[in-house]
Ligand binder design. Structure first.
Ligand SMILES: *Cc1c(COP(=O)(O)O)cnc(C)c1O
Length: 378
C-alpha cells in the first residue's frame, strides 16, 4: 500500500482477524465484549486479547485514533468524546497539581476556559502569554508544558512551531499543539518535534458538522497516560461517532484541497471590498495552502447586524469546518467569555466575522458575501 497522505487517509482500515470480509469497518455498537471463560478474562488483562468494555476501548474508536496518528506521522493516537476532552486528557498526561503551563494568549475560547477555570482548580498553574514576544520569559521553575495552536482562532496567526520546540527542548519541557484549523493536510506538528497533537475532530477531520469528537496523537508514553485518563474520567468517544469520523477522514484531502482554494480566492476578493476594514488570512502555512478560514473586520465601515441578516444561503453558526460555507461571530460566541481586555488586546472586535469557507463554487461564495457587505456598508 502506498504511503502518500491521500492514500493513507482513504485506506483507513482496522486490522481484522476474522469474520465477514466487509469493505468498510462495521460499527461495534456495543457497550461491552463477551468472554469464553475465566481464562479469557485473564487474557484481556495480560494483553492476549483485546476489548472489555467500550469506555475502556472499542475497535471503532481505536481505528480513529490510529488513523489520525498515521496522518500526523505520530506513533499512536487516541479518540475522545470531544476536542476539549482530547485537550484535557492530553494536558493531564503531562501536568499535575503544582505544575505550571505556559499557554498562548490567543487560544480557542473553550480551551481558554478549560485552562483558566478547570485546570487551575486541579492545582495546575497557567500563564497566558504572547508566544511571539514573551514565551521564554514566562517559563518558570515548575513549568512542564508549552501549549498553543498551529493556526490560531479567530485571527489566524501562524505559530512558529520549530521555534517553540527549540525553546521547549532547551528548557526540557513538553509541547502540545492544537492542530484543528490546519489539519495534518497542511501541518504535521509531530514531525516538527511536538510531543502531543490535539484535534477537535468535530471540525475538518469529521468535516460534515454531524459529530462531536476529539483525537490526540503523539508520543507513545504520553498517549498511554492520556488513555488512562480517558478511561478514568469517562471521556471516551461513542463507536458510531468514531465510525462517522473515520468516514469523514477518507475525504479529508479532497475537501481540504477545495476549502483552501476557495478560501484563498475569497480572501483576495474581500480585501478590495469598501465595507471591509481588514482581512485576516495567513500569508503562508504550507506548500498545500494557507488554510480554509478567512476572518474579516468590518467594525468601522459596515453595520454588523445588517451583514448577518443579508447572508442568503450562508448560515450563521458557532462552529466551523463543514462542507458548507458558514459564518460565526467570535465576540458573541466562542470568545464571549474572554476578559474584555484580552478581547481588545487580541483584536476580537464587535465587527469581527469568522468565515468558514466551504466547498461550493467559489463564485457563489464570493458573490453572496459581496452582496451582504454591499447591503451592510455604512
Ligand atoms: C472547536 C474547537 C475546539 C473544541 O472542540 P470540541 O470538539 O468542540 O470540544 C478546540 N480547539 C479548536 C481550535 C476548535 O476550533
Amino acid at each position: 500500500m502506498g504511503q502518500g497522505f491521500d492514500t493513507k487517509s482513504v485506506h483507513v482500515t482496522m486490522k481484522r482477524k476474522e469474520g465477514t470480509p466487509t469493505k468498510v469497518t462495521p460499527i461495534h455498537q456495543t457497550s461491552a465484549f463477551t468472554f469464553q471463560n475465566l481464562e479469557d478474562i485473564e487474557n484481556f488483562y495480560n494483553g492476549e486479547r483485546e476489548y472489555l468494555y467500550t469506555r475502556v476501548g472499542n475497535p471503532n474508536t481505536d481505528e480513529l485514533g490510529q488513523a489520525v496518528a498515521k496522518l500526523e506521522t505520530a506513533p499512536t493516537g487516541l479518540a475522545t468524546s470531544s476536542g476539549l476532552s482530547a485537550i484535557m486528557v492530553g494536558i493531564l498526561s503531562i501536568a499535575q497539581a503544582g505544575d505550571h503551563i505556559v499557554a498562548s494568549e490567543d487560544l480557542y475560547g473553550g480551551t481558554y476556559e478549560l485552562l483558566a477555570n478547570e485546570l487551575t482548580s486541579f492545582g495546575i498553574e497557567v500563564s497566558f502569554v504572547s508566544f511571539k514576544n514573551d514565551l521564554e520569559n514566562a517559563i518558570k521553575e515548575n513549568t512542564v508544558l508549552l501549549y498553543t495552536e498551529s493556526i490560531t482562532n479567530p485571527l489566524l496567526r501562524v505559530e512558529n512551531l520549530e521555534k517553540i520546540v527549540e525553546i521547549a527542548n532547551k528548557h526540557n519541557l513538553k509541547t502540545m499543539v492544537d492542530n484543528t484549523f490546519a489539519t495534518p493536510y497542511l501541518v504535521q506538528p509531530y514531525r516538527l518535534g511536538v510531543n502531543l497533537v490535539a484535534h477537535s475532530a468535530t471540525k475538518y477531520l469529521g468535516g460534515h458538522s454531524d459529530i462531536t469528537a476529539g483525537v490526540l496523537a503523539g508520543d507513545e508514553e504520553l498517549i498511554a497516560k492520556a488513555k488512562t485518563k480517558t478511561v478514568n474520567l469517562g471521556s471516551n468517544l461513542s463507536p458510531f461517532e468514531a465510525w462517522l469520523t473515520v468516514r469523514g477522514l477518507k475525504t479529508l484531502s479532497v475537501r481540504m484541497e477545495r476549502h483552501v482554494k476557495n478560501a484563498a480566492k475569497l480572501a483576495e476578493a474581500l480585501a478590495e471590498h469598501p465595507a471591509v476594514d481588514r482581512v485576516y488570512y495567513p500569508e503562508y502555512v504550507s506548500e498545500q495552502g494557507n488554510g480554509a478560514i478567512v476572518t474579516i473586520d468590518i467594525t468601522n465601515k459596515a453595520d454588523i447586524s445588517t451583514f448577518f441578516e443579508s447572508l442568503d444561503w450562508i448560515k450563521i453558526v458557532a462552529t466551523l469546518a463543514g462542507v458548507e460555507t458558514t459564518v460565526s461571530y467570535p465576540i458573541g460566541t466562542s470568545h464571549r467569555n474572554l476578559p474584555e481586555l484580552s478581547q481588545q488586546a487580541l483584536g476580537i472586535t464587535k465587527g469581527l466575522i469568522r468565515i468558514s469557507v466551504g466547498i461550493e463554487d467559489a463564485a457563489d461564495i464570493i458573490s453572496t458575501m459581496k452582496q451582504a457587505l454591499d447591503q451592510a456598508k455604512k
